[in-house]
Design a protein around this ligand. Structure first.
Ligand SMILES: Nc1ncnc2c1ncn2[C@@H]1O[C@H](COP(=O)(O)OP(=O)(O)OP(=O)(O)O)[C@@H](O)[C@H]1O
Length: 781
């Protein structure tokens, strides 16, 4: 007998051992009736054996319920679904789009958890230690292409091969076979440059790579030409022929599923039928599987018939049994329209033999293989997996010019822009001067720089810094004020008619000078204070210039210049400069903000894109744990951050001369830690957000509050008390003041201001990591 016929026949025999019944009109019911005595043989078997049977199947799903959305408004996708896939068979899972096939498969491979019910895969429950699922016992081809576009075919195979724990030589050999078998183009072709059909074939090759025990293929033949489709099916028949490989395949080409050993017809979250194709065609007197599906779908819609058919399951002699005593799946069968849940003949026979408690050889095998697997349970990871994941991260970055520019050019550009644009004094500010004291011709205001008491207004004006202030002379106060009102000047300086004489009289008379003399010796100033920075700078310059003018005048006339100064003597500052730079104040916060938010952006989008493209799922099904994915990203990001930190600090400190009075090692360490902290925050975002759009919104949304509240651009001492408390809780606040203390004060690690910055950063890293792992674990449910 041909292999396929033998197999189909074997499955038909296996699946004709009914415990319920199909439609009363089923032409195979007689044959099934004749097996009833043997079914009853299994009836006294209790729970243990039921479980044992479940473990004998390649896949066994019982009373599966799964919904998406909240418990209050659930979208029910699987509703009391039962499914049995015998080992060594091809199981075709068919159903309309949206009926829940992919959801069911993702539960089988351990990507999702059921809300209720149980799943047994290869003798274990997916996701439990030692089950090997997810892991290398399963090969999974998701519906999406789920491949790295920037990898070549060979690199793709290498990546997944290492993930599956294969040796490089083994991978290369397998690659040769798969290239040939699937008629793939050169192994050096980039995946993104392949046609849709070629990409699907590469995706199929990935699932076949490690020759798994259970192959789960979600629509592998979409976009594949008929010849290749046939050769894929032939291959599936061949690999299952030995009996130790099982295939579950979904397809929209219902007729191609005739080649499967068993077909599960799914609709609205349930299986309408589970039979061999030939049996289905017989039972429903149809010539095509499509007709069977339509017939069953119509029946499902007719509630009366449903009830009738369900009852018919019990009418075949099982209804006398108590629920406990029912044949293993009798209760389950009753709920499915026209569906027979069956066990393989072999299982029943072995079960019978083992009813005295001694499980036969096959059981020992299962237990043994589980124990062997458990030996690996304590291995946290494998070198191959980590190597593959890290190499993958770097290769993706390297091959993406945009990402490379983002990583290295953007921080440098930000530092350059910051240093050039922020903190410098504004220049070219226009002041409208009305000088009634001296007649000014063509902007020339004459004065004598010796001990002369003439044209003192001009002498003062000469002290106003020429690069920052441009003096425009006006004839009268009204036109000068008009210039300010129209935005042509930032302020007005008015010298009275007898300014020089009044000033000289004021100096000579001291406290006996009359009020008029004092007033007319004053320079009157009107400033445009709408721009605080410019207004304050002009205010400061006008005052400082007067002090310089007075000191210089006194000195040239042999008086003590201090007489002209305010009687406060500012000594050299303990830290910083007498003329502090805003750049030095903001620089620590800017360094940390750049590194922190670049890491956030890079990490959050990287993981989400992988997830949206189905790549994360594929890696998870291959047995990569969330911890391993996080670890690989931490390593990759750390290397990237070292480069970014070096660039940022070199440009800030060496090129633009930002003050660094402390130990540069603390600066480097704190910057790197903040980068790691940003990366961990990125992990939280990517774990929490489903869409890249939401991640971008969250990352951008967190940017401004963090920047404003962390004391980066304004001291937190200026905030209301409540806000100050909130600010201290942010990841950048204590780190910024620590870095500022190191850079400007040169403080060591022993200072609380410094070590608290480190402690807070480490605390945030731990918190973000814990949050990420919790969200990932929760989402896998
Ligand atoms: N992550 C999700 N969140 C919410 N609803 C989802 C999610 N994934 C799937 N669904 C919904 O669950 C239902 C079943 O989807 P599923 O992808 O399992 O169907 P399917 O049978 O595989 O469809 P197709 O053949 O088109 O791939 C659909 O209504 C779908 O909208």
């Amino acid at each position: 007998m041909a292999e396929k016929d033998y197999k189909t026949d074997k499955v038909r025999r296996m699946f004709s051992w009914t415990t319920g019944e199909t439609s009363p009109s089923s032409p195979v019911s007689d044959e099934k009736d004749s097996k009833m005595s043997q079914i009853q043989f299994s009836v006294p078997e209790k729970q243990n054996n039921t479980m044992w049977q479940k473990r004998q199947q390649a896949v066994c799903v019982r009373h599966a319920y799964k919904h998406y959305g909240s418990n209050k408004r659930p979208n029910h996708v699987l509703e009391n679904l039962n499914m049995s896939v015998a080992k060594g068979t091809i199981y075709g899972l068919l159903g309309a789009s949206g009926c829940g096939k992919t959801t069911l498969l993702s539960c089988i491979v351990g990507r999702r958890k059921l809300n209720r019910g149980e799943i047994w895969v290869l003798g274990g429950k997916p996701g439990t230690k030692g089950s090997g699922v997810p892991g290398k016992r399963v090969g999974y081809m998701p519906q999406e292409i789920a491949l790295y576009g920037e990898f070549t075919i060979k690199e793709t195979m290498m990546y997944f091969g290492w993930i599956f724990g294969m040796e490089t030589k083994e991978i290369v050999d397998r690659l040769r076979f798969l290239l040939d078998f699937l008629d793939l183009p050169s192994e050096n072709r980039m995946v993104k440059n392949l046609s849709g059909g070629q990409q699907r074939r590469v995706s199929f090759a990935v699932a076949l790579m490690h020759d798994p025990e259970l192959l789960i293929l979600d629509e592998p033949t979409v976009g594949v030409d008929p010849l290749l489709r046939q050769s894929i099916w032939t291959h599936l028949v061949r690999i299952t022929s030995s009996g130790d490989k099982t295939v579950i395949i979904t397809t929209h080409y219902i007729e191609e599923a005739r080649q499967a050993h068993c077909i599960g017809l799914m609709r609205s979250g349930r299986l309408l039928a589970e039979e061999s194709p030939q049996a289905l065609l017989h039972m429903y007197s149809c010539v095509s599987l499509e007709d069977v599906f339509l017939k069953l779908s119509r029946r499902q819609g007719q509630a009366n018939q449903v009830a009738e058919l369900n009852i018919s399951g019990g009418a075949l002699g099982l209804n006398k049994m108590s629920k406990r005593e029912e044949a293993p799946y009798a209760a389950e069968d009753g709920q499915v329209v026209g569906l027979n849940f069956h066990q393989s003949k072999e299982v029943l026979i072995v079960e019978a033999a083992g009813s005295n408690g001694d499980l036969p050889g096959k059981v020992t095998e299962v237990v043994k293989s589980e124990c062997e697997d458990c030996g690996n349970c304590f291995n946290l990871t494998s070198r191959g997996k980590i190597k593959a994941l890290i190499q993958k991260n770097f290769l993706r970055m390297w091959r993406n010019i945009g990402v490379m520019l983002f990583i290295f050019a953007l921080p440098v550009m930000q530092v350059i822009l910051f240093c050039l644009a922020i903190g410098r004094d504004p220049t070219g500010l226009r002041l409208a001067v009305v000088n009634d004291d001296v007649r000014v011709l063509d902007g020339y205001c004459p004065f004598n720089s010796s001990c002369s008491m003439k044209n003192l207004s001009c002498r003062y004006l000469a002290h106003l810094r020429n690069q920052s202030i441009i003096k425009d002379y006006y004839d009268d106060l009204d036109s000068a004020r008009g210039a300010v009102e129209r935005g042509h000047a930032w302020g007005v300086l008015l010298f009275n008619e007898n300014y020089t004489d009044s000033l000289v009289a004021r100096l000579a008379l001291g406290d006996t000078a009359d009020n008029d003399t004092i007033i007319s010796s004053e320079i009157q100033v009107w400033l445009d204070m709408s721009n605080q920075q410019i207004g304050l700078m002009l205010n400061r310059d006008i005052q400082f210039s007067y002090r310089d003018f007075a000191k210089e005048l006194l000195q040239t006339c042999n008086y003590n210049p201090k007489v002209g100064d305010i009687p406060i003597d500012f000594q050299d500052p303990i830290y910083g400069d007498n003329n502090p730079s805003f750049t030095d104040f903001v620089a620590p916060g800017v360094i940390l903000t750049i590194v922190f938010f670049l890491a956030v952006a890079l990490t959050s989008s990287a993981l989400i894109v992988e997830r949206m493209e189905g790549l994360l799922d594929r890696s998870w099904v291959a047995g990569v744990s969330p911890g391993e994915i996080l670890f690989s990203h931490v390593v990759t990001q750390f290397v990237v951050m070292c480069g970014q930190t070096a660039l940022v600090l070199v440009f800030m400190i060496l090129v633009f001369g930002v003050e660094c009075n402390g130990n540069v090692l603390y600066v480097i360490a704190l910057t790197l830690l903040q980068g790691l902290c940003g990366m961990c925050f990125g992990f939280v975002i990517s774990a929490a957000c489903e869409l890249e759009r939401n991640a971008i919104q969250l990352a951008l949304g967190s940017f401004y509050p963090t920047l404003l509240l962390s004391g980066v651009i304004w001291p937190i001492e200026g905030m209301p008390w409540a806000l100050r408390g909130a600010a201290l809780c942010l990841p950048l606040t204590l780190a910024t003041s620590a870095l500022r203390a190191v850079l400007t004060r040169g403080w060591p690690l022993s200072e609380p201001d410094v070590y608290l910055g480190f402690v807070a950063t480490l605390g945030w890293i731990a918190l973000f990591l814990a949050l990420t792992l919790t969200i990932l674990r929760f989402k896998r449910g």
